[in-house]
Write a protein that binds this ligand. Structure first.
Ligand code: HEM
Length: 536
């Protein structure tokens, strides 16, 4: 039959292509393996006549195309990724690292673990410019001998909120208006001004730290507090940070705008081209540790992700280095379908009671079952390098069964005496924290929302502070007075000078907008579009 276009009168040139490639068979086929000899013309009744329904090759081609997109990530939709390796130092300062964690990947000096990293921006959609002010995601999948470990971090070391309950509201406020589909600073600051814990984060975000120059020259951080557990089952609290060996480089708003006018893919391009030319980016992994406990002596809670752990008290200790040396072979299969989650830990690493971390841990695998599918962990990018052996079966797109070599394939349950899978030996004493508290719905005691925001403001370099003040003034001048006032009150509590400077910047920006016939809300860019252009 001819429904695959396998008749002899093809479009021409196919045979030549095969020859040009030497012995390699480059013959186009359908997904059923049928060779396709005519990929140019649908089958019709006469060469001007109607098409027929038995055009199998055409229908398969178009209907697959119709399904090429999976839902983009609800956040962090735009990203770029690369493969590489992590090399352990084997020590924690002057001590063997095993004193603090039994995680195998860290133990031996020089031990290499393959990794895949996905960098991203957060709020904007899949093809949005990479110059926008936004945190950047920095998610790393370590394919360890004990299974996968995902360290799902951002470039900044802190976050906007401290309770996962607020995350959907935060994202809604930052994403486009549900009526107009426009993003607005008014929505953004409406949420932020009413969430004083975000004051610290926006102090970083509206400074040049909110627009990293590219992915290679930015830091990373796990942000949330985790635990390390040693062979005795003893735990310490830890925070993870990535330090780029290429140095840190951030952009001013004006610099970002210049790039954006010419290239909205610059960060993806920068990463891809650097790896292609053999200029492999590298990061050192640094860890801060704290004795497990609530630390009443500190003016912040160690489980509060809106706070930095002061480096003079909790030094950054290097524990290994990561190099990215291979680009993906296919963007969709590897970068788009990659699924990272904070629940993906290996033995020797554990969760803390950080409420954000606990909420995140549900969210990632939940969204991935929806976004990629129930069997997302069978995809090569997500599967552990050492094959998984489970009794989970079936579901959409199952394409192998997780049997161990020698396992009785009839036994898809446990326990069994018929050569099924059995439980692993415990690899060390369990970590079993004790709880004695009422079940409550409360904010943590030491919120201290403004002190560190003030410290960060004072520690910025002068040009960074100028940018911060200017950017906040510009953004807040487009917001309703009630929002401006709340924000100014929050900034003033962080540092009176911070509040004063931003108040002045708002006035300046409002005056400039009025002069340039700006209306409320801001219409910059609209006027340019109205004035420029050539009518025909
Ligand atoms: C992606 C939820 C906070 C870093 C995502 C995704 C969800 C999500 C649903 C999409 C995942 C996917 O489709 O594969 C949450 C929730 C949070 C939270 C509920 C707070 C409760 C954070 C924080 C960080 C972070 C604090 C930084 C440490 C990331 C990164 C990605 C991501 C890097 C992209 C991962 C990738 O490249 O595939 N988050 N997130 N998130 N999130 Fe979060």
């Amino acid at each position: 039959n001819d429904t695959n276009g396998t008749h002899a009168a093809g479009a021409g040139g196919a045979a030549d292509n095969r020859k040009a490639a030497g012995e390699t068979d480059l013959t186009l086929t359908t997904r059923q393996g049928h060779p396709v000899s005519n990929n140019q013309n649908t089958r019709t009744v006469g060469n001007r006549g109607p098409a027929t329904l038995e055009n199998y090759h055409f229908i398969e081609k178009i209907s697959h195309f119709d399904r090429e997109r999976v839902p983009e990530r609800v956040v962090h939709a735009r990203g770029a990724g690369a493969h590489g390796y992590f090399e352990a130092y084997g020590t924690f300062g002057n001590e063997p690292i095993g004193k603090y964690t039994r995680a195998k990947l860290f133990q031996e000096k020089g031990k290499k673990t393959p990794v895949f990293v996905r960098f991203s921006s957060v709020i904007h959609g899949g093809h949005s410019p990479e110059t926008l002010r936004d945190p950047r995601g920095f998610a790393t999948k370590f394919y360890t001998e004990d299974g996968n470990w995902d360290l799902v971090g951002n470039n900044l070391k802190i976050f906007f909120i401290r309770d996962a309950m607020k995350f959907p509201d935060m994202v809604h406020a930052f994403k486009p208006d549900p009526v107009t589909n426009l993003q607005s600073m008014e929505r953004f600051f409406d949420f932020v001004s009413n969430s004083p814990e975000a004051t610290h984060m926006i102090t970083f975000l509206f400074s040049p730290w909110g627009i990293p120059a590219n992915y290679r020259q930015m830091q990373g951080s796990g942000v949330n507090t985790y635990k390390w557990v040693n062979a005795k089952g003893e735990a310490v609290l830890v925070k993870y940070h990535w330090d780029p060996q290429q140095g840190v480089k951030n952009l001013t708003q004006a610099e970002a705008e210049q790039i954006q006018a010419k290239n909205f893919n610059h960060a993806t391009q920068d990463l891809y081209e650097a790896i292609e030319r053999g200029d492999y980016p590298a990061w050192e992994l640094k860890v801060q540790i704290m004795e497990d406990g609530d630390h009443p002596e500190l003016d912040f809670d160690p489980l509060d992700d809106t706070k930095l752990w002061p480096e003079d008290q909790f030094p950054m200790v290097p524990v290994g280095k990561m190099v990215l040396d291979k680009n993906p072979e296919n963007y969709f299969a590897e970068v788009e379908q990659a699924a990272f989650g904070t629940g993906v830990l290996v033995d020797g690493l554990d969760f803390s009671d950080d409420k954000m971390l606990q909420g995140r841990t549900l969210s990632y695998s939940d969204t991935q079952r929806y976004r990629v599918g129930a069997n997302y962990l069978q995809l090569p990018i997500n599967a552990p390098k050492k094959r998984a052996a489970t009794n989970q079966r079936d579901g959409q797109m199952a394409f192998y069964v997780d049997v161990a070599p020698g396992q009785n394939p009839h036994v898809n349950y446990e326990p069994s005496s018929l050569n099924g899978l059995s439980e692993a030996e415990a690899s060390g004493a369990p970590h079993e924290p004790h709880y004695d508290a009422n079940l409550v719905r409360q904010t943590i005691d030491r919120t201290n929302d403004f002190a560190q925001a003030g410290d960060t403001f004072r520690k910025l370099e002068q040009w960074e502070r100028d940018e911060l003040v200017h950017n906040l003034g510009d953004a807040l001048s487009t917001c309703a007075p009630v929002i401006r006032d709340k924000m100014l009150s929050n900034l003033t509590q962080a540092d009176p000078e911070y509040g004063r400077l931003v108040a002045e910047a708002i006035k300046k920006s409002s005056a400039m907008k009025a002069e340039h016939k700006g209306t409320f809300p801001a219409r910059e860019g609209m006027e340019v579009a109205e004035e420029l252009g050539h009518k025909t």
